[in-house]
Design a protein around this ligand. Structure first.
Ligand SMILES: [Zn+2]
Length: 229
């Protein structure tokens, strides 16, 4: 009896030491670089033709299901939680520092953005590529934003779908690399490859009737309007 009382704590300590040693060993092994093992990357045959939903087409749905254009940012804040959802960087997507728009969308557009970000991460995993997040580059524009934008870029449309909370832009040139939670270095995935994977995700959602997509060359983005309110 006396012996058992002494042995039990000793056995526990020995066990703990063993576990700690194993954890230390494992940590050492995990420092190797996570490499990509690309497979099944097909992309789309022609970006312009696959994503050719013109502004007029996107505007019609934006006006049907979106909010009326807003004069100021204060109006957007007042609508938040009611007709508009505030969006922000999360585990599914990143948001640029927005200079000519504000981070609000109607619920259907916010849900679409979540879906695109999640499908993109899932797609990368299934194709053996290290995780990257999409980057949102433009969201809701008030009349003030559009005026300021037009001063800089005469092409910025006066009748922009961005005024209705239905539309956002996603870069096809820049992506945000997701760091490994265990601290292992991750091999980069080229932007051209990421663009192909994003194109497949958007083509599928477009075919499902979730959205309209326009491929913008000059602005290096996909201009996307939700078809669900
Ligand atoms: Zn746009």
């Amino acid at each position: 009896m006396h012996n058992q009382r002494q042995i039990l704590p000793l056995a526990l300590i020995a066990c703990l030491c063993g576990l700690l040693a194993m954890a230390a060993c494992k940590k050492k092994e995990d420092l190797s670089m996570k490499m990509n093992q690309p497979r099944n990357i097909r992309g789309v045959s022609n970006f312009g033709r696959t994503f050719g939903d013109l502004n007029s087409k996107q505007l019609a749905v934006a006006q049907a299901i979106g909010i009326p254009p807003l004069a100021s940012r204060r109006e957007a804040e007042e609508m938040a939680d009611d007709r508009l959802t505030q969006i922000g960087a999360n585990e599914r997507y990143a948001v640029d520092s927005l200079t000519h728009s504000i981070p609000y969308l109607i619920p259907g557009a916010a849900a679409l953005l979540d879906t695109i970000g999640q499908n993109f991460l899932d797609s990368l995993a299934s194709k053996g590529l290290n995780p990257n997040k999409i980057i949102v580059t433009s969201v809701l524009r008030t009349e003030g934003d559009v005026k300021r934008l037009r001063r800089r870029n005469s092409n910025a449309s006066q009748h922009s779908t961005h005024a209705y909370g239905t539309t956002f832009d996603i870069s096809w040139k820049r992506f945000e690399k997701v760091e490994d939670p265990d601290g292992r270095p991750m091999q980069d995935v080229g932007a051209d490859t990421l663009k192909l994977v994003l194109a497949e995700v958007l083509r599928d959602l477009k075919q499902d009737g979730r959205c309209y997509v326009k491929y913008e060359i000059r602005q290096a983005c996909f201009h996307i309007t939700t078809r669900r309110p």
